[in-house]
Design a protein around this ligand. Sequence first.
Ligand SMILES: Cc1cc2nc3c(=O)[nH]c(=O)nc-3n(C[C@H](O)[C@H](O)[C@H](O)COP(=O)(O)OP(=O)(O)OC[C@H]3O[C@@H](n4cnc5c(N)ncnc54)[C@H](O)[C@@H]3O)c2cc1C
Length: 512
Amino acid sequence: MVRNSGEIDGKRFDVAILGGGLGGLQCGYILAKNGLNVCVIEKNPLAGGCLQSFRRRGAGDTICEFDTGLHYVGGLDEGQPLNRLFSYFGLLDLPWQKMDPEGFDEVIINGKSYLFANGHNEFAERMTEYFPHEKENILKYTALLKKVGESLPKSLSPKSSEDVYTGSLFAESAHKYLTETIGDPLLREVLSGTSLKMELSRNLPLYTFAQINNSFIESAYRLQGGGNMVTEKLIEGIEGFGGSVAVNCEVTSFAGNEIIINNIHKVEANKIISDLHPAATMNLASESAGIRKVYRNRINRLENTFGMFTANIALKPCTVKYHNRNRYIHKLGQGRSLWDASDNYAAHPTEMTSVLASYYNSPDSSPANQEYTDRIDLLTPMSWNEVEQFQQSSVGKRDRRYNELKEAKLEQVLDFVEEQLPQLRGNIERVYTSTPLTYMNYTATAQGSAYGIKKDCSNLMLTLLTPKTPVPNLFLTGQNLNLHGILGVSMTSFFTSAHIIGMENAVKGLEF
Ligand SMILES: Cc1cc2nc3c(=O)[nH]c(=O)nc-3n(C[C@H](O)[C@H](O)[C@H](O)COP(=O)(O)OP(=O)(O)OC[C@H]3O[C@@H](n4cnc5c(N)ncnc54)[C@H](O)[C@@H]3O)c2cc1C
């Protein structure tokens, strides 16, 4: 791995990839596998972007690995889409741990619990037990998810690579679909209740809602260890194919075939792929890059999804029971809906309606200790407005008021989950918190947004970006395009690479 920009100064590559998040590394892998001389250029000392994990002290002298943006993945059983994609990238032999198929997710609304089971039939049966009067509608809903999931491999067929951008489900509203299909308003909330993995807004495309929910209903897995295992594997693959990954290399500008790194060094490339947030890409493109003002303005005006407040909590040993599932805890006032969330973050930034609790166990803890959890991550949406005033300060040198804000938020989150996790507060050994500002500093994502650009089914032309840009040798990839999340980004890496080597070559070796 290249650790110093001086080592690549003056080199020329077939493709330079700006940003070594999942999208950048996967494009690097596909293109290097196809014989191109690629270089993935990452600003941080560690690649991975949202997949980075970090090591901090846990209970006593133990060291814990905490994840940032990888809590679980869907569709990893044999034959399912992510399994095929991860097989291509050599990621299947990582220690993936299957979550409880009887209840991989638990949605708790105002104290009442609903378990999500794996498998379309099992999922429908479980939901019907809770809502017997909705049996037919549940079947309709489940059939739609299945159909959307089945369409996924087709979008990687050499003949229909662009379908995914024009598919009618992108142009339909998930909220409208649910309202028209499901009669019981509470069931609508339950079906939407695992959706802290996207921002629920009235114009959220049905495709996004259905594809993501479907993949987890197919199967759900956690990675035992940290997301950086994925990163390391991809880097190993890229280097094995003759490509390079350069860290500590911040792209400070680019134009034409030239990329300036850390303001002093220069590399050249025939083609450039940017895995950065498109607004960050526009900021780095110099005037001479040939990007018209109208395109820059369009990108800069796009709205972003919410950011997250995260509390990574290390627990005292053998105190809090382990759950092999995520728990989505919601508190909804009379007549309120999870679908109001998007508007609420803007209107009432400090109001808390939803928290996700994810439980972790060390792979090497003794069987007796497997009953208990070592770490819990609590995540809740956090408005950019709350942290914006501190954006000029840098990590480690923040204003005292910023730390007070984080402490107050942590208290609010702990109060919020108290009823469901009564043992938590008294058994905390250490807590590490982060906000959208943390994410913005590490990944340069606009407003520290968790899932990138907000797609709007009523305005697809503007909000659904494709890999192509107005500059012939510049392409985009990553979560801001088609679909966010590990599955979405993995798919998009093929769409982007296809613009350079053709879909036929990109998908060679991908068994669908
Ligand atoms: C809190 C949270 C929880 C999540 N949980 C899940 C989950 O459980 N399951 C799931 O499927 N998805 C989850 N996601 C989403 C998933 O992590 C992302 O969709 C995915 O990792 C995004 O990858 P990316 O490559 O598009 O972007 P990023 O990870 O943002 O990568 C962009 C990269 O570009 C680099 N960069 C930026 N500026 C420069 C520059 N000037 N020069 C060089 N490099 C630069 C950054 O450092 C970064 O490495 C979560 C996300 C968040 C934020």
